[in-house]
Write a protein that binds this ligand. Structure first.
Ligand SMILES: [Zn+2]
Length: 453
């Protein structure tokens, strides 16, 4: 697949290409006609009953017909005309990653080229129009205005703008909220070192810090070593965490250390946009009117996202007019529930990515389950998993916060008993786990593979 080069006019940031506004972007290379029935995963049963309809409507009114019309303009969905939504096949992440351009409609008003962090090894590139970017940011800003304490806000963003589309999104959202935003990313080559970071935080005195959970853990470790953590943590009252591997146990762990309200900001991806935002009770709520949300449950059938449903999240995002996905299988396992917070949308928790699961004595365990056990003791600073090449968990390494009590051996023994895996206390978890803290695949970076002899 080759994309015709459009001359860049005004680069906004290294990962964004501002394209000539009146130039029609299009795919030039011919692609094979899609095999809607053959190339995709199995078509699930229809699950089309009154209960399903009620659940579907709770996800918000979505004009699926308009979306299907757009889909017809793409190479990937050519030929779906006359097919009802319930009969449409699933779209796999692998298919989208292999040829993202097949899912694009001709773009008349291009504004941005956005790439994923490439945390799976292959970044997906999509194009967005200005309206889409603004609409996405506005929707999240409305939700965040209820999530954050009263402003005015000074926001420190620790998201890597070079590798994370979310970094850009956050700036759009904060602009909408009239918040002052500072980019303070200690990982990029041009970014500050930890002491410079500490000085900048002290000077800027952010009320909100936005980062992936892994970065906040890392920052805490580094700032503590420099002796400035107590000063830094006194500035921000709210930590807004982003990233698919954002577990309640991790947020509780961070909240204790940083003495701040830790909330899950949003959930989604470059491919499907923002699917949900967090609430003050620690749950995510689907974005109403932004798409159709379904869950692939254990027996292989597809049901609407509704309280009590657990399985792999499948989304048909309708916000983006130029990058069209139908029944996109996200790879994220979720647990839908009822949440009394009053926010609209369907509430759910993310259990973890399917490809980040690991085996304990033959059983696949999600990251949320492991973190819940490891971080149950407030003395645990961080952890790392050691696995063999077949994803069998062989050892857990934990590091403890300074001055921890009771003794580390007791804590390790408790984890060992609960999970049935050898657990040892180490001085600090391996640096391999820290360097990739900027990307979403924090879970994967926590696993060290070893050949077991
Ligand atoms: Zn809620």
């Amino acid at each position: 697949m080759m994309l015709r080069k459009i001359p860049a006019t005004k680069p906004v940031a290294p990962h964004i290409e501002a394209l000539a506004g009146n130039t029609r972007w299009r795919v030039t290379a011919a692609v094979a006609q899609p095999k809607i029935d053959g190339a995709s995963p199995k078509v699930p049963p229809r699950g089309h009953d009154a209960e399903s309809e009620t659940a579907r409507s709770q996800n918000g009114p979505v004009d699926v017909e308009v979306h299907l019309d757009r889909a017809l303009e793409t190479d990937a969905y050519t030929g779906i005309s006359g097919t009802s939504f319930e009969d449409l096949p699933l779209t796999s992440a692998a298919d989208v990653k292999a040829a993202p351009a097949r899912y694009m409609t001709p773009l008349h008003t291009p504004a941005m080229r956005v790439g994923t962090s490439g945390s799976t090894g292959s970044p997906t590139v999509v194009y967005r129009s200005r309206d889409e970017v603004e609409e996405n940011a506005k929707g999240i800003a409305e939700r965040w205005s209820t999530l954050l304490p009263n402003g005015p806000h000074r926001v420190a963003s620790l998201l890597d703008h070079n590798r994370s589309a979310a970094g850009l999104l956050v700036e759009h959202i904060m602009y909408t909220l009239d918040a002052v935003t500072a980019r303070l990313m200690p990982y990029t080559p041009s970014g500050p070192n930890w002491m410079q970071f500490a000085e900048a935080v002290t000077e800027f005195s952010p009320t909100v810090i936005i980062a992936t959970p892994g970065v906040l853990l890392d920052a805490e470790h580094e700032l503590r070593a420099l002796g400035v953590f107590d000063e830094i943590r006194s500035t921000a009252t709210t930590l807004l965490t982003l990233g698919a591997t954002n577990t309640p146990a991790m947020r509780r762990r961070l909240g204790r250390s940083w003495q701040a309200l830790v909330v899950d900001g949003s959930f989604g991806g470059t491919e499907c946009g923002t699917i949900a935002t967090g609430c003050r009770l620690g749950n995510l709520h689907s974005m109403v009117g932004r798409g159709t949300y379904e869950v692939l449950i254990e027996d292989g059938s597809l049901v609407p996202l509704a309280a009590g449903v657990r399985g792999e999240l499948v989304v048909t995002p309708t916000l983006f007019r130029h990058f069209v996905l139908i029944r996109y299988v996200t790879g994220d396992r979720v647990d839908a529930l009822s949440c009394p917070c009053g926010l609209d949308g369907v509430a759910f928790k993310v259990l973890g990515r399917l490809d980040d699961r690991i085996r304990i004595h033959g059983h696949w365990i999600e990251q949320a389950g492991i973190e819940q056990t490891v971080f149950a003791d407030p003395a645990v600073e961080d952890y790392q998993l050691v696995a063999d090449l077949d994803d069998n968990l062989t050892r857990i390494e934990i590091s403890l916060l300074p001055g921890s009590s009771p003794a580390g051996s007791t804590i390790a023994a408790t984890i060992e008993t609960k999970l049935g895996v050898d657990t040892a206390v180490v001085d600090a978890v391996s640096p391999i786990a820290r360097t990739a803290g900027v990307v979403k695949s924090w879970a994967r970076t926590r696993v060290r593979r070893e050949v077991i002899r």
